[in-house]
Write a protein that binds this ligand. Structure first.
Ligand SMILES: *Cc1c(COP(=O)(O)O)cnc(C)c1O
Length: 428
């Protein structure tokens, strides 16, 4: 019996062979670090040479319950042995059970299940356009324009990328979905100026992730809600990175007491498996009737069962309160580090979604590699921001270990940086 397990044993290639083969065989979408992981346990990953790494990134927010969590592993194993896929032509009990849970914790009315963040966001955009079409058919005056924010990130499909601000992600793929206008982040006057009856939706990441961990202001968020209410336009909140408890509440918008019309979840939703969800109000859901939208894999039995287990685990292990507490502790420690290192500009975040902005993009880039040498996994986003999205299981002792590594790595990188900067023969 063939059983291909990629644990560093005989089934896969080693790191050097993998690098050579990927360079030749894969479309070159990623610039990976030269580390090959073979297993994980709790908040730690192990590489092919047997080194253990403290994970402060969770595979960009996905592995919220860490690695090999007994509840997740058990559900995957048992559900896989029971039923994997049925298609959306038939019922299984997972979709309704999970929708019950998700609508309860988010305050939304209805759910569409899919397989990734960008698909969830694509559905949100389609609901917004279709809802505006419906309103026009009912005699209302509403257009098709979508207002998105500067430094936003909503995914890589054509619609999602059209609402994503970074030119590199958008411009090569033109012509893009038309009708998107970008508004400066947290600029209430600019938002009001851009808004009119032409607008069918305002798109907001409540806490911008790829954009550098920037929370939307209460004032801006409230203005967006009020403007949408004035015309029937929909307020779309992308919670793909911030949702499912990462910020200490199920959704980041719950910190503000503002409810969107549509919200999207993905990353942490299904304990490490690919799953996305678009949640909306009853009013927004009127825009979609059978056949208008769908996906082959969306909401299958395996991911539904695992998402239910993940949410149940977050509740039973009290992880929302834990994320708030450990997140505040983490940010305190980082702010203490700021007193020691002048290159740290600001520490921002909510719960376990944290950014530490440095004053130099080169130093920030080198910090990720230096931290890997200290066997701690972090990431850089928006050029100068070190990003921390640790698994929810992280302890204060783990934070201490991570911050000590940051302290040492910053000293090392800055020393090398200063030597280079002082060497006038270098690069001239
Ligand atoms: C990651 C992310 C996406 C895209 O999710 P994919 O699963 O990579 O398609 C969209 N929006 C936000 C805010 C994200 O963080």
């Amino acid at each position: 019996m063939t059983n291909m397990i990629l644990d560093g044993g005989s089934a896969g290639m080693n790191l050097a062979a993998t690098q050579a083969a990927e360079k030749k065989l894969l479309v070159q979408t990623y610039d990976r670090h030269a580390v090959m992981f073979v297993s994980g346990e709790g908040v730690h990953l192990r590489d092919a040479d047997g080194n253990e790494y403290l994970d402060l990134l969770s595979g960009i927010g996905v592995s919220a319950l860490g690695y090999n969590h007994p509840a997740i592993t058990k559900t995957i194993t048992e559900q896989a042995a029971t039923l994997l896929h049925t298609s959306n032509l038939f019922y299984h009990s997972g979709t309704a059970t999970l929708a019950t849970k998700l609508t309860e914790i988010t305050g939304m009315d209805r759910v569409f299940f899919c397989n990734s963040g960008t698909e969830a966001w694509e559905a949100a955009l389609k609901i917004a356009r279709s809802h505006a079409t419906l309103l026009r058919n009912e005699g209302k005056q509403i257009g098709t324009k979508i207002l998105a924010l500067e430094h936003s990130f909503h995914g890589r499909t054509m619609g999602a990328v059209a609402t994503t601000h970074k030119a590199k992600y958008r411009e090569p793929f033109g012509p893009l979905t038309p009708g998107v206008e970008f508004v400066p982040f947290n600029d209430v006057a600019a938002l009001r100026a851009a808004f009119s009856n032409d607008v069918c939706a305002i798109a907001i990441e409540v806490l911008q992730g790829e954009g550098g961990i920037h929370p939307v202001s209460q004032e801006f968020f409230a203005a967006a809600r009020e403007l949408c209410d004035s015309t029937g336009a929909l307020l779309l909140c992308d919670e793909i990175q911030s949702g499912i408890g990462r910020t200490g509440k199920w959704c980041a918008y719950q910190h503000y007491g503002i409810q969107p019309d549509v919200t999207t979840l993905a990353k942490a939703l299904a304990g490490g498996l690919p799953m996305g969800a678009t949640l909306c109000t009853e009013e927004a859901a009127r825009a979609i009737t059978p056949g208008m939208h769908g996906t082959t894999f969306g909401g299958g039995p395996l991911v539904c069962a695992v998402a239910l287990t993940a949410i149940d685990t977050i509740e039973h292990e009290n992880l929302l309160a834990h994320n708030t507490e450990v997140g505040n502790y983490f940010m305190e420690k980082l702010r203490a580090l700021k007193k020691k290192h002048d290159c740290i500009v600001e520490v921002r975040g909510m719960g376990l979604m944290i950014g530490m902005e440095l004053n130099d993009d080169d130093v920030a880039g080198k910090m990720v590699t230096a931290m890997l040498e200290h066997h701690v996994i972090i990431n850089r986003t928006s050029e100068t921001v070190l990003r921390f999205l640790p698994p929810y299981l992280i302890t204060k002792a783990d934070v201490d270990e991570g911050v000590a590594a940051l302290d040492s790595a910053l000293t090392e990188v800055l020393q090398a940086h200063t030597v280079l900067a002082g060497d006038h023969t270098h690069g001239e």
